[in-house]
Design a protein around this ligand. Structure first.
Ligand code: ADP
Ligand code: GLC
Length: 474
């Protein structure tokens, strides 16, 4: 199948979070299954990968009552997968990809899509759109009479691309929208996400547990009725990670490479990490790591509330790497100054340091409030860091408490300081039990969280989407 991914991020071209990992690694996994994937993204100013212009690809787009000039460029992912870039000076060229212009940015991107596909001569068998940034694509593709089904993947329902009535009128969405909204459907919200849910031929999200959670008011973010309406075309497929990209035996960012047969060598990474963090370099002290966007979703407020007790009631160290809300960055930074022997905080996005944390920390902490899938825990297991997670979303599908037979981590239920601390202390006690701990690490490193199983599930969904598409096109 010729599969076109429409997305806002793809690693290593542009990455803010796990979305970028998924688009590029799933595309590669589909290629290995014999398909022909390609991607289309906005051409942000921050992209440094070598790009070439697609000759004669310029075209005008009617946009918010005026005309914007758009052109196409091309680059490739490892393995030769083509990535097409939609270029426009006024809206798409910014370096910051999510900012106050994001609605217009992704509106222009989606509006340009049908013509871009035609000019590139892509003729996809399926168009796979990712998250709210591309959720209007099914609408514009339908309007343009596209001849391929659309699959829409929800990576995070909390981000919907909300807008007001003025934007609705200015964008011209109000007329297009009415024309294509089925009369029996619940009223869609004023946001991009609703349109993807309403109009895609099939909807997926990134873990089976999150797929059921989002049908409830607690996790549905106000879209649960709409999701219920589409529940027969909704399913959860657990994310994988690229086992070549995330491989402790070859990762160039580590101080020392190792695999499940050479786990003792891993300690060099721990010492290198402690050194870089300014923490006492002691391999016998448990070291917790966090690599996370600093947002409410990730449980940062819970961590902040728990820090004093973490310091007084455990003997562990903690290193956190994250970028996001300034408020969290400031508070964490202040705590790191207060407890320099126990806590180290790096703000910003740092691929190398992230890998050293996965390859050097003993545990990876993910106290998420909600988590559609989560890749951190999967990367951690591949690198031998034991996950300590809250029981939510995809963390439920991928991490089972060590109290169970197939246990691979430490799990706590409630979003509370005592429950978080109890899991931390249990993990700490586990760490001191050296033989059992090493077997746990080894078992986790040998688990398979690659795309092997999940990529096949996407193939099935593409075929189902084709059936829905055929039924609706008569
Ligand atoms: P989300 O997509 O919600 O941010 P995931 O766990 O799915 O969460 O994916 C996060 C990805 O981004 C992982 O690959 C993680 O290692 C990476 N990451 C997050 N924050 C940083 C950071 N500050 N520096 C480097 N990598 C980061
Ligand atoms: C989102 C979610 C995360 C998921 C990632 C990739 O950013 O927050 O849980 O793993 O997308 O699907």
């Amino acid at each position: 199948m010729r599969i076109l991914f429409v997305a806002s991020e793809a690693f290593p071209i542009v990455k803010v979070g796990g979305l970028a990992d998924v688009t590029s690694s799933l595309a590669r996994a589909l290629m290995h299954l014999g398909h022909d994937p390609c991607l289309i993204l906005p051409r942000y100013g921050s992209i440094t990968a070598p790009v070439e212009d697609v000759p004669g690809s310029g075209f005008p787009v009617s946009f918010m009552g005026s005309r914007e000039q758009v052109a196409l460029q091309k680059t490739t992912l490892e393995g030769g997968i083509p990535v097409y870039l939609v270029q426009n000076e006024n809206y798409l060229g910014a370096c910051q990809i999510y900012d106050r212009d994001e609605l217009k940015r992704f509106l222009l991107f989606s509006t340009s899509l049908p013509e871009a596909i035609a000019r590139l001569g892509l003729r996809p068998d399926v168009i796979h759109c990712h998250d709210w940034h591309t959720a209007l694509a099914p609408l514009y593709l339908r309007q343009a009479g596209a001849e391929a089904p659309c699959v829409f993947t929800i990576h995070n329902l909390a981000y919907q691309g909300p807008f007001d009535r003025e934007f609705l009128l200015q964008s011209g969405l109000s007329t297009t929208w009415q024309e294509h909204t089925p009369s029996e459907a619940p009223e869609p919200g004023l946001n991009f996400m609703s349109q993807g849910i309403l109009l895609a031929d099939f909807i997926t999200t990134v873990s089976p547990n999150y797929a059921s959670e989002i049908l409830t008011p607690h996790y549905g973010e106000g879209l649960e009725r709409l999701l219920h309406y589409r529940r027969n075309e909704l399913c959860g497929i657990t994310n994988g990670i690229d086992y070549d990209e995330y491989n402790p035996a070859t990762d160039p960012h580590l101080a020392r490479n190792y695999d499940s047969d050479t786990i003792p060598g891993r300690v060099d990474n721990k010492i290198a990490l402690q050194k870089e963090c300014g923490l006492p370099q002691e391999y016998g002290v448990p070291l917790f790591g966090m690599v996370s966007r600093l947002e409410e979703q990730k449980g940062i407020d819970l961590l902040l509330q728990a820090i004093d007790r973490f310091i007084t009631e455990t003997g562990s160290q903690l290193v956190a790497l994250g970028e996001g809300r300034e408020h969290y960055q400031r508070l964490l930074g202040r705590l790191a100054l207060q407890f320099p022997d126990r806590l180290s905080v790096f703000t910003g996005y740092d691929e190398r340091l992230g890998r050293l944390i996965y390859g050097g920390a003993d545990m990876l902490l993910m106290p998420s409030r909600f988590e559609p899938c989560g890749l951190g825990q999967l990367i951690a297991m591949r690198y031998g860091a034991v996950p300590v997670v809250r029981h939510t979303g995809g963390l439920v599908d991928t991490v089972h408490d060590v109290a169970q037979d197939d246990g691979n981590g430490y799990v706590f239920q409630g979003y509370t300081v005592p429950e978080l601390l109890q899991a931390v202390k249990r993990a700490e006690a586990g760490f001191y039990d050296r033989d059992d701990w090493q077997s746990l690490m080894r078992r986790n490193m040998n688990l398979d969280f690659s795309w092997k199983a999940s990529a096949g599930k996407y193939e099935e969904i593409y075929l189902l989407a084709r059936d829905t598409f055929r039924a609706r096109s008569g």
